[in-house]
Structures are given as C-alpha cells and as structure tokens.
Design a protein around this ligand. Structure first.
Ligand SMILES: Cc1ncc(COP(=O)(O)O)c(C=O)c1O
Length: 482
C-alpha cells in the first residue's frame, strides 16, 4: 500500500535511497554508517525541546553547557559554541560580533557565499585578497603571505582578516605567520574552517586553525564528522575575542527551536572522534595512501597530490583532475554516478572531489579505485578538454547597502552587462564560491566564464533565464565609470 499521496520530496528521497550507492560526499556520517546503532535508533526520539534536564541552547547551564565544555577540551579552545544552522550561522555571528558596520576586513576572494552575505547584512567593507592560481592543476591556491602583507600595508585601518582554510579541494592556507603578522598589528584572525572539523583528531592531518593562532574558527561537523546536516561549532581561541558578545550574536541569529537531533549529533561526533579518531584516521590514511598509489598509475586521469606547491592538503579528500583527458569533471561525475553508483561530493570543469570520512569502508574505497581505473582505461584521447579559470576580480568591491541589495530589480541580458555593477552573487554550485559579488563590476571575462561554466554543466545561482533561454543578470543602478 502506498502510504503517501502527494509527497514529491519523499518520493524523490525514497527513489534516491532505493539504489545501493557509494556515498563519497557529506554528511560525514554516510547515511548513518558512522553512527552507533543505538544512537540511530533513538535519533527521532531525541527530537525534543527544552524539557526538564535537557538544558537550553540560548541559556546553557546544564548538559548543553557540559557538552560545549567537552568541545573546548577536545579542540583546545577557550570557549566553544554549538551551531544548529551550519557554519553559515557561525560565519554570520562571528562577523557580526567581531566587527562593526563600516569596518574594513581582509578576505580571501574565493570565500564562501555565506561570507559575502554577512558583509551585506552587517555593512562590512571587504578588501579582497586574490588567490594565486596554479596552472598545472587549474586550481586556485590560497593567497601567499606577501599578498596578505600587501593588503595590510595598503589598508592599515583594516580590523582583521577572515580566511578560508582548508578549501573544497582540501588545500590549506598556512596560518602561523599570518596570525603573527595580524596580531603584531593589533588585528584579528577569524577562520572559516568549515571543511576541517576533523583535523584535531589525528596528527596525520594538517594543523588546525587554533593551533596556528586563529582567534576564532568555525567548523561544519556535518561535512567530515559523524554528525547530521547543519551540525557545526564555533571555537574561540584567544582573549582578543569577547566570548559573551559572540554568544549573544549566535543566539540572535539562531532559531528559538534548536534541534536536539543536531545537538546530540555534535555530542556524538566529538565523543566518537576523541575516542576513536586517531586509530580510524591512521587506518583510513594508510588505505588512502595505497589507493593513491594505484590511482597514480592512471594514464589520463590524475590524482591531486597530498602536498601541492608546498601547501598541505587534507589527505582524506580525494581529488581527480581530468585536465589531461577528453572528459570534463562534470562528465566524470556523471559516469561514476550512472555506471558505478558512486556519488562524489562535487565537480567542476576539470575536477571531481570525494569526501572520505571515518564512516567509509575499505571496500567502498576499493570500488571507487576500480571504477576510476576502468573509466581511465575507457578514455582513449588525452588532453582535449577546454580549460578555463575564473576571471580575476579586482580587490575593490563596493558591497551594496543591505536595502539597495534587497531592492535591486533591474535585470538585463548577461551578454550586455559589461561595465555594469552586479547586484546578486553569481555562484556556481558547488563549491558555492561567487564568480561575481554584489557590488563588483561585470567584465567581459566574467560574462565569458559564466557562459562557459553553464554550458559545461554547472548549476549557476544568481542568474535567471528569459523565455528564449538567455541568461539574465540583476544589476545595481549605479553605472561604473570604467
Ligand atoms: C568553505 C565553506 N564555508 C562555509 C560553508 C557553509 O557551511 P554550512 O553548509 O555548514 O553552513 C561551506 C559550505 O559548503 C563552505 O564550503
């Protein structure tokens, strides 16, 4: 008997899970494999509210406080807070509490859309620091120390830096010297460590942001640890940050009905990783070393090395580069899904990214290896995909006032938008890094790039299409005097 009548979402979810798939994406619990059976069995029963003995997210004095104190011990923070709306809410709360309207902040330009939204919401002026670009793997690399130094020299009034590390490809921005530089100059270092929540649990993983001197960092537990979607945490690492101000900002932007399922999974993930992390990561990293050895023998597909241009990379993140083959990252992603039932985390024009966690089995990793080797053998032409790198935006971006942003209505065909000021963030998903930010001048290079990534298969947010299928972009009224 069909127990549901008009439930399109449930139908789609049922269809999705009805097939045996190998899950190489977030959430890190991998369809429950990372949880203990007793925990999974009770998960819906845990969906409770602020009842006797269960404490209160907004006024933690009991078990929630105790669990947050356990986070402080596990991560070596001065103070840690639960987040129940992903790293996004921690990014918003930290920018809200650490900076004031009108403040300048140094930010790597390849930051997540949640950072851009925080700038608009809270009236922060970004000084964008451009990523370096690595031709060999057509990848953005974190800006070098000299780029941060130059940005600071040119903007001595900046209040601090908001840095993303690791990035989606697992590449880490070294922070020790940067934190030293910032602190010497009386500035703050805040870090979006959404992809690095697991780093604390093995010496074989890169150093954490806090270990390298960050004043505050935000981590998505749900991306790499056994925790449900939206589970995240915020850690304070130094006395330069006022913990009460941060707590109030987190509380302001969080629902008054925080999910106990999410909070319980934060409790679970921290406890599990503390007890078992070192051992499981040792094993996982060894298996992956063997896998990478096998994959490095492929003729056309390439595996991204664990260290790139002297930068550390998260060894649990497998990245396949298709640039020397005749298939794009989008095609490789689809072939793995359709022919082998393997779902990767994300792809772009010439990469496919797989997230491996403590919940993955050697068997699944072996199936991925065999699938990649098989696809590699089926590719008989090398070196023919068209590579294109994101255009380099200037470091100046006049982020619009919140109401100019919300009220912007003017729309024009993308092809006619050169020289206009962009109103929306134009963002290929994943990884969710805007090609254009609100307040940036649209160039010919942006237009060409957006058309190319759309054609190649990316889902680009922030554009619409007219009846003839042409891309339409929203612009701000001001015209740029180029
Ligand atoms: C670098 C980075 N920061 C922040 C976020 C937002 O994290 P969340 O989805 O937990 O809100 C993401 C999400 O993908 C991300 O990739």
């Amino acid at each position: 008997m069909n127990r549901y009548k008009n439930t399109p979402l449930i139908k789609a979810l049922n269809n999705f899970i009805s097939e045996e798939r190998i899950i190489m994406h977030m959430p890190g619990h991998k369809q429950g494999k990372g949880f203990d059976a007793g925990f999974t069995k009770n998960l819906l029963k845990f969906d409770l509210t602020e009842l006797s003995g269960l404490d209160n997210f907004h006024k933690p004095e009991g078990v929630i406080l105790e669990s947050m104190e356990a986070l402080e011990k596990a991560f070596g923070s001065l103070k840690s807070y639960f987040l129940v709306n992903g790293s996004t809410s921690g990014i918003h709360a930290s920018i809200l509490s650490c900076f004031e309207r009108g403040d300048k902040v140094l930010i790597n330009r390849n930051c997540h859309i949640s950072v851009i939204n925080a700038l608009i919401l809270f009236g922060i002026k970004p000084v964008f620091v451009m990523p370096d670009y690595m031709e060999e793997y057509s990848l953005p690399l974190p800006p070098g120390l000299n780029s941060w130094k130059k940005a600071l020299d040119e903007n001595p009034d900046a209040k601090g830096a908001f840095v993303t590390t690791p990035d989606y490809y697992g590449i880490c921005q070294p922070l020790s010297e940067l934190s030293h530089l910032l602190h010497e100059n009386g500035k703050l270092l805040l870090v979006d460590e959404a992809h690095g929540a697991h780093f604390s649990f093995s010496r074989k993983l890169p150093e954490t942001a806090l270990e390298q001197g960050a004043d505050l960092c935000i981590q998505s537990f749900h991306k790499t640890l056994p925790a449900v979607t939206q589970a995240a945490v915020l850690h304070i690492g130094s006395k330069r940050i006022d913990p009460e101000k941060v707590r109030r900002a987190v509380s302001m932007i969080t629902t008054t009905s925080p999910s106990y399922v999410i909070m319980a999974s934060i409790d679970y993930a921290r406890d599990f990783a503390e007890r078992k992390g070192a051992e499981i990561y040792e094993k996982l990293i060894n298996i992956l070393a063997d896998t990478k050895g096998k994959l490095s023998a492929m003729k056309n597909l390439r595996i991204l090395p664990d260290s790139i241009d002297n930068l550390k990379r998260d060894p649990t993140r497998i990245v396949i580069d298709t640039a020397l083959s005749d298939i794009s990252g989008y095609e490789l992603y689809n072939r793995l899904f359709n022919e082998f039932g393997i779902t990767a985390e994300m792809c772009d024009n010439s990469h496919v990214v797989f997230i491996l966690t403590m919940a993955d089995t050697a068997d699944d990793i072996n199936k991925l290896t065999q699938a990649l080797i098989k696809i590699d053998k089926s590719i008989n032409k090398a070196g023919t995909i068209a590579l294109f790198s994101p255009p380099v935006s200037g470091s100046k971006c006049d982020i619009p006032d919140l109401h100019d942003f919300l009220d912007s209505k003017a729309e024009i065909p993308l092809k006619e938008a050169e020289g206009m000021i962009c109103a929306n963030a134009v963002t290929p998903y994943p990884p969710g890094i805007p090609v254009l930010c609100p307040g940036e001048v649209i160039t010919k290079q942006h237009i060409r790039y957006i058309i190319k990534v759309k054609r190649a298969g990316a889902d680009v947010h922030g554009l619409s299409t007219d009846d003839n299928g042409h891309e339409i972009i929203r612009i701000l009224k001001r015209r740029c005097s180029l």
